[in-house]
Ligand binder design. Sequence first.
Ligand code: IPE
Ligand code: IPE
Ligand code: MG
Length: 228
Amino acid sequence: MKGVPGHLAVIMDGNGRWAAKRARPRWMGHARGAQTARELVAHCARLGVQHLTLYAFSSDNWKRPREEVGFLMDLFASHLDRQLAELRANGIRLSIVGRRDRLPPALVAKMEEAEARTAQCTRMHLRVAIDYSSKAALQEAFARVQAEGREWPADPLLPNVDLLLRTGGERRLSDFLLWECAYAELAFIDALFPDLTTADVDAVFADFARRDRRFGGLNSAPVPVGSA
Ligand code: IPE
Ligand code: IPE
Ligand code: MG
């Protein structure tokens, strides 16, 4: 669909502040955020987004208190359980990106099952980044390429990002898709992730549709002859 990014990447930030504003524990913000993520996935599939990548847990998020990390790991596992049927019904392929060796083995087993059971789905490819660090992914790829004596590939590790959206008001990448965002349009909005609505997404897409992406070339609008 015109104006809809082929690859949307989302830094789902602001869950903790959403909870704090309501004098609630942080985990409640994460639980609400997971519901929002589910609605976001359905909305993007409806609009014709081909690739959607969601930042759910960064490798730096291990620095958080053990209880919060434990809650998030349990939340990922329960959402995988609950959403597998919905993903399959909507033709959504799920992949998890990031390191797996530090995750609870029961979670890894569920991730692998969900990946296998959605592998044939072609409507949209959803990637969820868990224990993800873009720097670490690049370092690992570099070490592999060097060990195998291959050329460094021209394409990034994941598809190029067309639009990167970060909720929660911060204007930084926090180690997400550094190479893939080489020519990404950036959208930073103040809404805390649990408050993100489909109307917010539509507004961000409308703004994206008006941008002139030049990729280092010239403006797509014709230049008047003889202009200096
Ligand atoms: C994003 O929300 C979710 C994760 C990083 C897991 P935060 O938990 O970072 O929420 P804030 O930024 O503290 O509000
Ligand atoms: C980025 O948010 C990671 C996720 C949304 C999963 P953070 O809240 O961890 O990022 P910083 O610490 O504000 O940069
Ligand atoms: Mg945050």
